[in-house]
Design a protein around this ligand. Structure first.
Ligand code: C2E
Ligand code: CA
Ligand code: CA
Length: 549
């Protein structure tokens, strides 16, 4: 029994010892390393997983656990790379590699915070600006340059998007070369670039940089493929800040909006210029909004009116047509289109207004076209109207309703419409197929290439007032347009004839049709009838009576 007891107890002790040894081995070689790996994994911040790595476990290097750790780290590395790829994509423009709007805005905000810290921490300010040049009263220092290419659309449309892309890259390079090392450059989209500097200590520094940027884009750029292109640009400048520091003028988005408004003003002033944002500009922008509201109301209550300016044959001043010009009856005054056309265009109200003009003009003219065999009515149509869906159908309906023959209607478009896009080309051809006549308005002012004259279904060239003004002294361009018209078999109308000697020159040079204050100013329909139509009809009556007597 003692033997049995010894054997059993011995066996138990041995098994126990074996169990303990096994457990210890298991703990040392499996559980502990697993726990260490587990802890290391648990310490990883999931939102920054890409940057983390598991530590090496030298003793596990050759076993499955070592393999697991290595794979895990590899996955983390891949995660890191795709995260930074994604970050790059989200914050940079793919084409030029420049920071995009998001990143620019973020950096601008940082710059604004730095500036604010300087404003409230004189010691820091002294360190950063030892010579005290920084205008601390106004807190100037940061300047934004909102830059937009003047001729990008044209390049894109005429030479294709490939060349357009290359141009953008070349422009990015040029800009990079002329800004300082700590200045920021980014692309906001399309042909819009933004430069931000924190080193514009005074407004004049910003002006100098704006001029340098413009100059950099003035000289032609050689882009891959051998195209020598003039990009040209306009710039809107905003400074942080003219208002009280910490006022709402200090946010990144306000500054961007101000620079955008200034850009708009620079473009309106004629391209290739820069403008600083001013209070007055934002007032104008507000005015734009209120004008828009007023126009909207005017459309709904019908407070527009059409005036008609006679067009006469130069040789004998016989009436051959009239141009419809819109007027706005507002606050007891008659407002000229110059004061509201841009707002109507920008807001899209031009669509509704344009439809009204077309219908009204054709309605008034129906009677006149019946009385005079070669009378035509001219209607101005803006680029925006031309490319809007349904324009051709609207013209066709208007013709059908009025019964006026299509060739008695002339659509006046500016040269910019001609070169704008394939879309406007197509629309003009469809109008031509309806039988409508097409005139190029303000001819000679818009575009330097004449090749479009061959692709476009044009009937008439209207010599811009600018070239009629200086007749007969300065006549080279007017003469050239007359020759061009004759050679291409186009009708030519001289606009803005104000003086007798201008008319005399035009008659002598064989200009077929003239229009201008010297003949008659734009007038209401009834007045046109009284002054031009009735005398003509009376003369006709007299002629008939004379013959029959
Ligand atoms: P536009 O088509 O070049 O029209 C000629 C402008 O010159 C008219 O100004 C006319 O009144 C003015 N004018 C005519 N003869 C003379 C002259 O001898 N001397 C001078 N100094 N000016 C003369 P208005 O009516 O103020 O129109 C300005 C512009 O507004 C027009 O230029 C046209 O582009 C646009 N517009 C007018 N009505 C419409 C319309 O119904 N639709 C569209 N889309 N645009 C219109
Ligand atoms: Ca016109
Ligand atoms: Ca004109």
């Amino acid at each position: 029994a003692a033997f049995i007891r010894t054997t059993v107890v011995g066996g138990l002790v041995r098994d126990l010892a074996l169990g303990v040894v096994l457990a210890l081995l298991l703990h040392t070689f499996l559980t502990r390393p697993l726990r260490a790996v587990g802890l290391a994994v648990a310490r990883i911040d999931p939102s920054r997983a890409g940057a983390a790595r598991l530590p090496d476990f030298p003793r596990q290097a050759d076993n499955e656990l070592g393999y697991l750790v290595r794979r895990f780290n590899e996955v983390l590395r891949l995660l890191d790379r795709s995260r930074s790829d994604m970050e790059q994509l989200a914050t940079h423009d793919v084409l030029t590699g420049l920071p995009n709007r998001l990143l620019l805005q973020r950096r601008l905000e940082e710059a604004l915070r730095r500036r604010e810290r300087r404003l409230y921490n004189p010691e820091l300010a002294r360190q950063e600006d030892p010579h005290g040049r920084m205008d601390r009263a106004s807190g100037r220092g940061i300047a934004l340059f909102f830059l937009d290419l003047d001729r990008f659309k044209h390049v894109n449309d005429s030479l294709g998007h490939d060349v357009g892309d290359r141009l953008l890259k070349a422009v990015a390079g040029r800009l990079r070369d002329c800004i300082g090392e700590d200045d920021m450059l980014g692309r906001l989209g399309g042909d819009e670039f933004l430069v931000v500097t924190e080193n514009a200590l005074e407004a004049v520094d910003a002006a100098v940089l704006a001029e340098r940027l413009l100059k950099a884009l003035e000289s032609p750029l050689m882009v891959e493929g051998g195209h020598l292109l003039h990009a040209g640009a306009s710039i809107g400048v905003a400074l942080a800040s003219e208002g009280p520091p910490n006022g709402d003028a200090d946010t990144a988005s306000t500054l961007l909006r101000q620079a955008d408004t200034a850009l708009y003003a620079a473009k309106a002033a004629g391209r290739g210029q820069y403008r600083f944002f001013s209070r007055e500009m934002s007032e104008r922008a507000e005015n734009r909004l209120s004008t828009e509201a007023n126009l909207r109301q005017a459309l709904s209550i019908g407070s527009f009116e059409l005036y008609f300016q006679p067009k006469v044959r130069a040789a004998d001043q016989a009436l051959v047509g009239a141009e419809a010009l819109v007027r706005w009856k507002h606050d007891g005054q008659l407002v000229q289109p110059g004061a509201f056309m841009t707002v109507a265009e920008d807001s899209g109200l031009i669509m509704e207004l344009g439809s009204w003009v077309l219908d009204q003009a054709v309605r008034e003219a129906t009677h006149w076209t019946k009385l005079l065999p070669d009378f035509h009515i001219a209607v101005n149509v803006s680029a925006r109207q031309i490319i809007a869906p349904g324009f051709v159908e609207r013209v066709r309906d208007c013709l059908a309703r009025s019964g006026v023959p299509a060739d008695r209607i002339e659509i006046e478009v500016t040269e910019s419409v001609m070169v704008d896009s394939a879309r406007s080309l197509e629309v003009l051809w469809r109008l031509k197929r309806l039988g409508v006549r097409i005139a190029v308005d303000d001819f000679g002012t818009g575009f330097s290439s004449l090749s479009y004259l061959r692709q476009m279904p044009i009937d008439t060239l209207k010599i811009d007032r600018a070239f009629v003004q200086d007749l007969p002294r300065d006549s080279a361009i007017a003469a050239m347009i007359l020759t061009l018209g004759a050679r291409l078999g186009l009708e030519v109308v001289a606009e803005g004839v104000e003086r007798e000697e201008q008319l005399a020159w035009l008659v002598a040079e064989g200009c077929p049709v003239v229009q201008g204050f010297f003949i008659a100013e734009p007038m209401p329909a009834r007045q046109l009838e009284a002054r031009f139509l009735h005398p003509l009809l009376m003369a006709r009556e007299d002629g008939r009576e004379g013959r029959s007597a």
